[in-house]
Design a protein around this ligand. Structure first.
Ligand code: NAI
Length: 335
């Protein structure tokens, strides 16, 4: 029986990296029936809701998604489909592994960077609760709950325990947001106490940003509320070669949706220049989630071989290949 997976190519570079990823996953030999669901900013505008019913119906059938990015209008327009999807399906943990790719030249390629970010995915200032109190005065609510904070902390510590990770850092701004980030931090501490053999520290988000740039190799597991997790994910991606190569997963109790950290990259969309590595590696995480460990390893090893060879790579990581040439090389490396 093939696995059923909802494929949401998205828009911008989404369809390009999604097609490349489907080719690479199919080349692993794992039988997947892709249920392709279109979701673009145009479709959302027409439907009048960020997550149209056909997308939810498909994810309810498959419980598993591979998703490309979807453009969200800035300072107005419809609210983010990503935020809505994560809330609707309670995809509470956004898991983002960031590590050095051997062979890839970066500013930090003499260091071994290997960290994993666990970003709370359903609340914080992403609750979309904003209103104009009076003209020119706007209020935006930051929601932090014990339930969601405990869930992300438990998820991160459980992962650290299973994967033999040694150090967890909780990132916060509880010196200023004493109640909201204070609650987040108390929940992290409470969970940390159950794992006395794992080192637990706390860093204020501004200091964490500096430490990440100065000493990225010292980070292991990070737990972050939604906003800091979003920002520091991109910072962390910048340490290892950029958004083109960092994967991610949105995990819930009943559903999982795998997607790269990057957005729809309108500046390069439709030109065949996009790097599909991040979505391919997200698909690798999906294969692992399915228990297809050999296939996941074959896919990761093939990607790793192309980077070690140093060609053909896409422009964002210093090469001059297009999406298809890179994908062909990954598939060839699997054979
Ligand atoms: P972005 O991640 O789309 O692009 C930032 C920079 O990284 C650009 O220069 C882009 O060309 C480059 N880049 C990103 N992915 C790349 C790849 N795979 N290969 C090569 N270069 C790549 O971030 P930006 O420009 O801030 O956002 C664009 C749109 O994407 C916005 O509407 C935003 O809301 C949306 N977005 C959607 C996400 C999602 O659907 N999960 C996540 C993040 C942003």
């Amino acid at each position: 029986m093939p696995y059923k997976v909802t494929l949401i190519p998205g828009d911008g570079i989404g369809p390009e990296v999604a097609d490349a990823t489907v080719r690479a996953v199919d080349a692993t030999g794992v039988a997947i029936e892709w249920e392709r669901v279109e979701l673009t900013s145009k479709i959302i505008e027409a439907a009048g809701t960020p997550v149209p019913q056909h997308v939810l119906d498909s994810l309810d059938r498959t419980r598993l998604g591979l998703k490309g990015p979807v453009t969200t209008p800035v300072a107005g327009g419809f609210s983010s489909v990503n935020v809505a999807l994560r809330k609707k399906l309670d995809l509470f943990a956004n898991v983002r592994p960031v590590h050095t790719l051997p062979g890839l030249k970066t500013r930090f390629d003499d260091l071994k960077i290997d960290m994993i970010l666990f970003r709370e995915n359903t609340e914080d200032v992403y609750s979309g609760l904003e209103h104009e109190v009076v003209k020119d005065v706007v209020e935006s609510l930051k929601i932090i709950t014990r339930t969601a904070s405990i869930k992300i902390a438990e998820y991160a510590f459980d992962y650290a325990q299973r994967m033999g990770r040694k150090k967890v850092v909780a990132v916060h701004k509880a010196n200023i947001m004493k109640l909201s980030d204070g609650l987040f931090l108390r929940c992290c501490r409470e969970v940390a106490e159950r794992y006395p053999w794992i080192s637990y520290k706390e860093l204020i988000v501004d200091n964490a940003s500096m430490q990440l740039v100065m000493r990225p190799e010292t980070f292991d597991v990070l737990i972050l509320p939604n906003l800091y997790g979003d920002i520091l994910s991109d910072l962390a991606a910048g340490l290892v070669g950029g958004l083109g190569i960092v994967p991610g997963a949105n995990m819930g109790r009943d559903h999982a949706v795998f997607e790269a950290v990057h957005g729809s990259a309108p500046d390069i969309a439709g030109k065949g220049l996009a790097n599909p590595t991040a979505l391919m590696m997200s698909a690798g995480m999906m294969l692992t989630h399915l228990g297809e460990h050999d296939a996941a390893k074959r896919l990761h090893d093939a990607i790793g071989k192309v980077y070690l060879d140093g060609k053909p790579l896409t422009g964002d990581v210093g090469g001059n290949a297009n999406t298809t040439q890179f994908t062909d090389a990954v598939i060839a490396a699997m054979k």
